[in-house]
Design a protein around this ligand. Structure first.
Ligand code: AHR
Length: 518
């Protein structure tokens, strides 16, 4: 008798657990904490990166004024128009690894007289320096973007950096400013950000953090005293989970920089040696790429925890100045050019990464997608006079509302997307407010299930949907081609119902949906 009572109790307990579990996993809800909305999402989180690498600058942005490809003073018109639409807030240049080989003096003056240069990191091709300081800073002006210059610490000198700053920013009667005038630019430029080297732990000189931090302090002192006195000095930061670098930089260098950088690339396999194809992948690599991209959150928490210890008031900003998915290059292209296709999966990587950046808005004040055109997770691909917009481009466009919007903290209850023995959240999302409007972004990462999400907006003033947009595709590895450029393209979205205080959304697998409401 006692045994059977015990058995009944165990069964009841198990049923109870199952019921509780079901409550936890069933249903997707997002609660918008309007009353906690205070942090601004810096517009620079939507920044870009253009390196002298493969066909990013040459072909991708710059074709020269004599090209048959329609151009404005040498910049491709089709690319310019597409980039203007994105409202690019900041552009980092000239590298990347290239920055630590670059001699800026070779890139000014009459183009036909500029010395050529071997691009040692990216294929060993000879480039003619026809895109230099003037061309870059004019591009920034055309786009309305702030300039972020990476100075050469690896193979340059403090003197070269000082002269570059004087050349760009001085309005005085001194040799460098006068040389700029001779080269056709009377007014100084406003250069807002100056990077002190790039990946100094790797291609930028293979330095230890203990060595680099002293160099950084030295360069930083002179970056402040010549010309661009209010430039934001960006210490070269760590990559991935290399926390010791951040520890040393914050401990010994925090008073010599206004920002510290960090790099994180999503490798679908997790193995730099075999990255895998950009489009010909199955669910295993779809899943693992998303899982690896989601690690951005853990990564930021780790580095921010160190920064908070040395700088609790949050003075030193964190710039994720290279991020994105890195796959195998397209078959038949020069492998050193890092030219890769871009799929619906990559659009999801972009949206979920922005969702994470927004959550860390207190410290993460800039991010630069690698890269702008034709390289890695590009916005735009070009081939001769043809151009296509990638799925990632569309996410940048759908999310641009968030630039300088106030982040609305979100609480998400989500089903799991399980694959083999692992799970990731099926839903990610974000919300913000600006000019009396509310933005909600939702991504369904699941490879096969349509999901219903209840968005609780009861705490705010959002009673009308002004615009609802969806980005989805026939398959999770679908991509745009020159023959079919709109396989993955945004469309108006109707899969929602708005009732008092609740926005119910039915979102197909591998989709991004955005709402603008008032
Ligand atoms: O973005 C491509 C390369 O990746 C950059 O040159 C370098 O900084 C990083 O390793």
């Amino acid at each position: 008798m006692k045994k059977s009572i015990l058995l009944l109790m165990v069964v009841a307990l198990l049923i109870g657990c199952a019921t509780n579990d079901e409550k936890v996993v069933k249903g997707n809800q997002i609660f918008l904490n309007f009353d906690q909305a205070e942090l601004v999402i810096n517009k620079d989180v939507y920044g870009h990166f253009a390196e002298h690498l493969g066909r990013c600058v040459y072909d991708g942005i710059w074709v020269g004024p004599d090209s048959d490809i329609p151009n404005y003073k040498g910049y491709r018109l089709d690319v310019l128009e597409a980039l203007k639409e994105l409202q690019v807030p900041v552009l980092r240049w000239p590298g990347g690894c290239f920055a630590d080989t670059y001699n800026w003096k070779d890139g000014v003056g009459p183009r036909s007289e500029r010395p050529k240069l071997v691009n040692v990191f990216w294929g060993g091709d000879v480039e003619d320096n026809s895109f230099g300081t003037h061309e870059f800073l004019e591009l920034c002006q055309i786009l309305g973007a702030d300039a972020y210059i990476a100075a050469n610490v690896g193979s340059g000198s403090v003197r070269e950096m000082i002269e570059w700053i004087e050349y760009m920013t001085s309005d005085q009667d001194i040799p460098m400013a006068n040389w700029r005038r001779e080269n056709g630019r009377e007014e100084p430029w406003d250069v807002k950000f100056l990077g002190i080297g790039n990946e100094s732990w790797g291609c930028g000189g293979e330095m230890t953090p203990e060595f680099y931090v002293n160099l950084m302090r030295q360069y930083s002192v002179f970056a402040r005293q010549y010309g661009g006195s209010d430039m934001i000095r960006v210490g070269c930061g760590s990559h991935q989970f290399y926390y010791h670098w951040t520890e040393v930089l914050m401990r010994e260098g925090r008073n010599h920089m206004e920002a510290l950088s960090l790099h994180y690339y999503t490798i679908p396999t997790g193995d730099w040696g075999i990255k895998s194809e950009a489009t010909g992948f199955d669910e295993d690599l779809y899943f693992s790429a998303l899982r690896n991209a989601l690690r951005m959150d853990e990564l930021l928490k780790g580095h921010i925890e160190i920064m908070d210890r040395y700088d609790p008031e949050g003075r030193v900003e964190l710039y994720m100045d290279e991020w994105g998915i890195w796959t195998d290059p397209e078959p038949g292209t020069n492998p050193a050019f890092l030219h890769q296709q871009n799929s619906m999966r990559d659009a999801l990587i972009a949206s979920l990464t922005f969702d994470i950046f927004h959550r860390h808005a207190r410290r993460v004040q800039m991010a630069n997608i690698a890269q702008m055109v034709n390289v890695l997770q590009a916005m735009i691909l070009t081939d001769g006079d043809r151009m296509i917009l990638t799925p990632t481009y569309h996410v940048f466009n759908m999310y641009k509302f968030n630039q300088n919007a106030t982040y609305i903290p979100v609480e998400i209850t989500t089903e799991k997307y399980a694959f083999e023995n692992e799970t990731i959240p099926a839903i990610t999302g974000t919300a913000s407010t600006k000019d009396g409007k509310v933005f909600v972004g939702l991504s369904n990462l699941h490879a096969s299930e349509t999901l219903t999400i209840d968005v609780d907006i009861s705490g705010g003033n959002a009673n009308r949907v002004l615009k609802a947009t969806i980005l989805t595709a026939p398959e999770f590895n679908s991509h745009n081609t020159y023959d079919n450029p709109n396989v993955v393209a945004p469309a108006e979205f109707a899969g929602y119902e708005l009732t008092a205080g609740n926005l119910q959304v039915v979102i197909p697998p591998y989709s991004v949906v955005t709402f603008e409401m008032e």
